[in-house]
Design a protein around this ligand. Sequence first.
Ligand SMILES: Cc1cc2nc3c(=O)[nH]c(=O)nc-3n(C[C@H](O)[C@H](O)[C@H](O)COP(=O)(O)O)c2cc1C
Length: 187
Amino acid sequence: MKRLLSIVVAVMAFFTSFNTQAEENKMTENKILVAYFSATGTTAGVAEKLASAIGADLFEIKPKQPYTEADLDWRNKQSRSSIEMDNPDARPEIATKVTDMNKYDIVFVGFPIWWYREPSIIDTFMESYDFAGKTVVPFATSGGSGMGKSGEIMQKLAPKAKVFAGKRFSSGVSSEELKSWADEWLK
Ligand SMILES: Cc1cc2nc3c(=O)[nH]c(=O)nc-3n(C[C@H](O)[C@H](O)[C@H](O)COP(=O)(O)O)c2cc1C
């Protein structure tokens, strides 16, 4: 009987520690957010890969008014994207809201490079939350350009955050590469 009791206690202890471990993992995961804007799907692919590689929550920054192909025509000076990107004060509206930004310590912010920097809707995003004490790490996809001044501009829009310069990735970047890049902030 004594033996049976000690087996029962041992089994209970095992499951209790198992549960605690699972809860701890969940808590760590929930402190990291990958938020992204993507007009044609490339950045979305990288953001999804990153979020799953590091066990982060994923949030899409969806424009209230979606960008049409004509809106994205960078050759046309009168297209919506050209007009917005020509105006540093442009703040296109976002249709979605992060449920509880408070719970995140680290926010990776992904976007396509438009005219050598972050699209105006990212500026809207940076001004929409209190980033005090948070680490913000930009990442992007592009036709070849780097991050430009994206990080610096985003830092000015969220002065209480610590915004890094971030990195531009190609669409075919591997999960391993994304994970080892992100590890710098996750340690
Ligand atoms: C309006 C506009 C401006 C762009 N400007 C640049 C640029 O300055 N440099 C660059 O390399 N690519 C530029 N691109 C290409 C995008 O950065 C690239 O196609 C990106 O991967 C698209 O990501 P998405 O599919 O997530 O929207 C531009 C695209 C658009 C629509």
